[in-house]
Design a protein. Structure first.
Length: 430
């Protein structure tokens, strides 16, 4: 699993190290705030498609092969990005409208949009990584592995902006940073190819032998032999028809919608209302990410051995409610405390939720289940990013209270699931 953690770290590092350069780059190439948002929405739209596609594909041909090809796709995306930086600034379309503002669509902007779309499409492999964890582990260990995977990804998001800042102060341009992102993707691809163990797709029953056609996979048998088995082609409708999956996918949407509204509103609140500097905003996000990673590494493991996933998720989401409420203040200390509570709450809730989601589907459908969940999160991110910014302009900090209300509903659902689980356990014991 160490190789998977390193890949998660490198992937988030490569993604986050370029983000600080995106806004000034797009503006310099002729875009405006609308174009910046449109390119961001394009990334999430691609991930919306890619998560389900890659997750389902991994159920059929194996997690390792899909993860490896996803890193190759990421490398291709960074190459397109490099081409955009050297492309001539040919003006393709001039726009001047009241609702969109004034901007120019240039050839480099088109190539950057294509690069972000490609990266988003293959960034959907996060659902494959989650399915790999589900294949590799059971019971309490699954929560621990999800926590470590999240901690590795969170660490990448902490180190990325820090390296970007050092690069900018050291005189490195965005081209050098993109080359570094390409190198990180290449290292991740090599780790997957040579260090990540291959796990065969596992059927739900030994009788699923491929006698009537279908995709052929292999189930290991005793003595080193193998037997061809049939892997179903899961579709979104089939996944959503699973009774245990439907409510959890609804929770996925609710949690991500609350988060994306917060993510869209927090920078505006910090810079415009409180007049934070870039350094102060960076300190806030660094504090949040460190609390998140520390919780997943140090706090979650002992709790996972004693409490159910639904109980831990309920406690974590309750902390998130308090965190969102604190975001509506203008006091720096309260906001930093909210960032810490957010990191701790999300560090407890999200790995526990992923564990619940992994238990809701059968073994042979893990990739499809995680893919539908990740696609749902991408859809919520698109909606939340757009509505969060608009809502904050009109209603201000009420946006954070709406996010808190959504997570409070999720908390009640987690509590209800924990009580139902305890009731089933008590009934079976008696």
């Amino acid at each position: 699993m160490t190789a998977l953690y390193v890949v998660a770290f490198l992937s988030s590092l490569g993604f986050s190290i370029v983000l600080p350069f995106m806004v000034p780059l797009v503006l310099r190439l002729g875009g405006n705030a609308f174009v910046v948002g449109a390119i961001g929405a394009l990334f999430w739209s691609a991930q919306l498609v890619g998560s389900t596609w890659l997750g389902t594909l991994s159920d059929r041909i194996g997690r390792k092969r899909v993860l490896f090809r996803s890193q190759l796709g990421a490398m291709a995306a960074w190459l397109v990005f490099l081409c955009a930086l050297d492309a001539p600034r040919i003006e393709l379309l001039h726009v001047d409208r009241a609702g969109l503002g004034t901007f120019v669509i240039t050839l480099p902007l088109v190539l950057i949009a294509l690069a972000r779309f490609t990266d988003g499409l293959f960034n959907g492999s996060i659902s494959v990584a989650s399915a790999y964890v589900a294949d590799f582990s059971d019971g309490d260990k699954r929560k621990l592995y999800y926590g470590r995977l999240g901690a590795a990804s969170s660490l990448g998001f902490v180190v990325g902006p820090m390296l970007a800042g050092f690069s900018a102060r050291g005189g490195l341009d965005v081209g050098a940073v993109v080359v570094l992102a390409f190198v990180l993707a290449a290292i991740a691809a090599l780790l997957i190819r040579f260090r990540l163990p291959a796990l065969s797709p596992r059927p739900g029953a030994a009788l699923e032998v491929a006698r009537q056609g279908g995709v052929r996979a292999h189930k290991p048998l005793g003595g080193g032999c193998s037997e061809a088995v049939r892997q179903p082609r899961w579709r979104v409708r089939a996944i959503l028809s699973i009774p245990e999956v439907r409510p959890l996918i609804g929770l996925y949407f609710l949690i991500y919608l609350a988060f994306s509204m917060f993510a869209a509103s927090m920078p505006i609140h910090a810079v415009v209302d409180i007049q934070w500097s870039t350094a102060e905003l960076g300190l806030f996000y660094t504090t949040l990410a460190l609390a998140l990673g520390g919780t997943e590494l140090l706090v979650l493991p002992p709790l996972a051995r004693r409490l159910s996933a639904s109980m831990i998720a309920a406690g974590g989401s309750a902390l998130l409610v308090v965190a969102y409420l604190l975001m509506g203040t203008s006091d720096t200390t309260a906001l930093l405390a909210g960032g810490v509570l957010y990191g701790v709450g999300n560090g407890l809730m999200w790995p526990s939720y992923l564990t619940m989601l992994s238990h809701s589907g059968s073994r042979e459908a893990q990739g499809a289940v995680q893919g539908v969940g990740s696609s749902t999160g991408s859809l919520a991110s698109i909606i939340g990013t757009i509505t969060g910014g608009v809502l904050f302009v009109r209603a201000g900090v009420v946006t954070f209270y709406i996010s808190a209300t959504m997570v409070a509903i999720a908390t009640l659902i987690f509590v209800a699931r924990a009580q139902a689980r305890n009731h089933r356990y008590a009934t079976s014991s008696s």
